[in-house]
Design a protein around this ligand. Structure first.
Ligand code: SAM
Length: 241
C-alpha cells in the first residue's frame, strides 16, 4: 500500500521486464513493499502504430543506428499525462547526476523516467515536453534502464524512513561537498593493521575533527573539482566569521 508521502515512480521503457530488477531487493525492495515508493512501468512498444510494432527508424541525414520515433514516444507520454513531478530523460547528453539532484528528486511526489534505446529519442519529442535530461556519467550505456535504476536507487534510499539510521545519510560522500572519511569496524586489529587511535578514544569531538580532516584530504587528493567548490565555501564561511 502507498503511504501518503510515498514517491510514485513511472518508468517508460521498451524493456519493462527490467523493473524493478535490483530495485526489488534490499533497501529499495523493502521500501517498495512498505509502500514508501510505488512503481508503474509503461511499455513504449504498446504505443507502436504498425503491425510490426516498430518503435524506431533510421536517422534523417544518415549515420549509424536507429532513432526512437517521436510519434510513438509522444503517445506513450501523452497517455500517462498530466502528472506532477519531473519528466526525466536519461541520456549521456544530460546534466550529470549528483547528490544535490538526487535530493531534489527525492523531495518530489512523483518521477517519470524515460529510458532511451538505440541511438536515442527523436529531438522533437524532447522539445515538445518539459523534459529534464539527466546523465549518470561520461560513458555510454546500451539503454536508459540501467541509468534509471542507478538514479532511482540513489533517490529511494533518501526517502523518509528508508535508511535505518536517519543520520546515516548526512555524513556520506557528497553531502557536504566532500568525499567520505575512511571507515573501520571490528576487529580492532586485522592482519597486523590497526585502527586510528582517535576512533577508539570515545572522544566525539576529536573523532568528528579527525573525520573532517580525512574527508578534506581525500577530497583534495582525489577530486580537485569538488575540492575547489568546498574550499571556496569554507573560505567564505571563515571570512563571515
Ligand atoms: N547516441 C547516444 C549518444 O551518443 O549520446 C547514445 C545512445 S545509448 C546507446 C542508448 C540510450 O542509453 C540513451 O538514449 C540513454 O537513454 C541511455 N544512456 C546511455 N548512456 C547513458 C548515460 N551515461 N546516462 C544516462 N543514460 C544513458
Amino acid at each position: 500500500m502507498e503511504s501518503p508521502s510515498s514517491l510514485a515512480v513511472r518508468v517508460m521503457t521498451l524493456f519493462p521486464e527490467m523493473f524493478p530488477g535490483s530495485l526489488g531487493t534490499s533497501l529499495a525492495g523493502k521500501a517498495l513493499k512498505d509502500g514508501k515508493w510505488s512503481l508503474e512501468t509503461v511499455d513504449i512498444r504498446s504505443f507502436a502504430r504498425d503491425k510490426h510494432r516498430s518503435v524506431d527508424d533510421t536517422p534523417f541525414g544518415g549515420g549509424a543506428g536507429m532513432v526512437m520515433r517521436p510519434d510513438v514516444v509522444n503517445d506513450a507520454i501523452d497517455a500517462t499525462w498530466p502528472r506532477t513531478g519531473p519528466l526525466i530523460y536519461l541520456t549521456p547528453r544530460g546534466k550529470v547526476l549528483d547528490q544535490a539532484m538526487v535530493r531534489r528528486f527525492a523531495a518530489e511526489p512523483a518521477l517519470t523516467v524515460l529510458c532511451g534505446r538505440y541511438e536515442g529519442v527523436d529531438q522533437r519529442v524532447l522539445d515538445a515536453w518539459p523534459v529534464e535530461e539527466v546523465s549518470i556519467g561520461d560513458f555510454v550505456l546500451s539503454g536508459g534502464e540501467v541509468a534509471a535504476t542507478v538514479l532511482l536507487d540513489a533517490v529511494i534510499r533518501l526517502l523518509p524512513g528508508v535508511m535505518g539510521n536517519a543520520e546515516s545519510g548526512n555524513d556520506e560522500s557528497f553531502e557536504r561537498g566532500l568525499l567520505e572519511y575512511p571507515l573501520y569496524t571490528r576487529p580492532a586489529e586485522w592482519q597486523g593493521r590497526t585502527v586510528p587511535e582517535v576512533l577508539l578514544s570515545g572522544h566525539h569531538a576529536k573523532v568528528a575533527q579527525w573525520r573532517l580532516a580525512q574527508a578534506e584530504e581525500i577530497t583534495r587528493q582525489r577530486r580537485p573539482d569538488l575540492w575547489s567548490g568546498y574550499a571556496a565555501v569554507k573560505k567564505n564561511d571563515l571570512k563571515k566569521g
